[in-house]
Design a protein around this ligand. Sequence first.
Ligand code: SF4
Ligand code: SF4
Length: 314
Amino acid sequence: MSDYKDKTISEMIKLKASELGFDLCGITPSRPLKEREKILSDWCSSGMNAGMSYLSRDIYKRLDPQFLVPDAKSLIVTGLSYYSDKMQTEPGVPVISRYAYGSGYQDVIKKKLYKLLAFIKSIRPETEGRPFSDSAPLLEKAWACEAGLGWQGKHSIVINKKIGSFFFIGALVINIELDYNEPQKMEFCGNCRICIEQCPTGAINDDRTIDARKCIANLTIEDRGPIPEDIIPKIGRRIYGCDKCQEVCPWNRDAKSHKTPEFDLSDELQKMSAHQWLNLTREQFDRLFKDTPVERRKYEPFMQNISAVIKTKP
Ligand code: SF4
Ligand code: SF4
């Protein structure tokens, strides 16, 4: 506890977040993000939210954390790296996105945020709050920028100058006031357009939004239907998610492997052959992907993705 001596509560929270394994932590006041309303509603009205119609409902609720935590005063926003050097090794296999390699990130992050909340309560017992990680209508990317974690790159993902963009965002919304970080005002993409030019399906718009109707990540994860015929030739071997726009980004050139064992790719998945992927049984799917993001896709749609990418490639 000596490291906590003479520190403010906000400094102690950031130190505790680091001890819990978070790579990034910033704090920002809760407020309605009115300035985001037009971008979000224009994006939905243009149809670029694809099948995610829930995004267009009650947009005002997505902008204001008070709808999730009625006495919200502050958001403690965290970043947890999931970048991994350990990747699938066999040639020609279907590829899954790095973020889905290991256990469900939402649970991992929420457990850490609950520990952070308990720590804050030990100092300020009146504290109440709720942790979020991709689990409620909260504009997490926007809050990460508000808390100074980084800027939204042209691919719309938040980039941090030190660790790049392969990180999960978590947020703890609490009812006490703290010292706040400066929002990230500057962006450091400059004249670069690499992600826009190299996106296999041309899904990245010029205004830092994504056309989900074309985005491989959406089509292989969220979308319930088969992958559209015109997209299949462009999809490569991606069957669950797509890392291309992050892989080509110069800010990820020096990305370091994460330190969260739960996010590791298993040896079995790493070494699976194309034949094994194509003949994956329901039992194997249930065992290999239990408690991982892939589990959400369900067996049949997942196998449709595998057939689409394997059968169309030499
Ligand atoms: S995830 Fe893939 S398809 Fe989607 S915008 Fe990035 S590069 Fe394009
Ligand atoms: S690839 Fe270039 S334009 Fe795209 S997010 Fe990275 S720095 Fe920005």
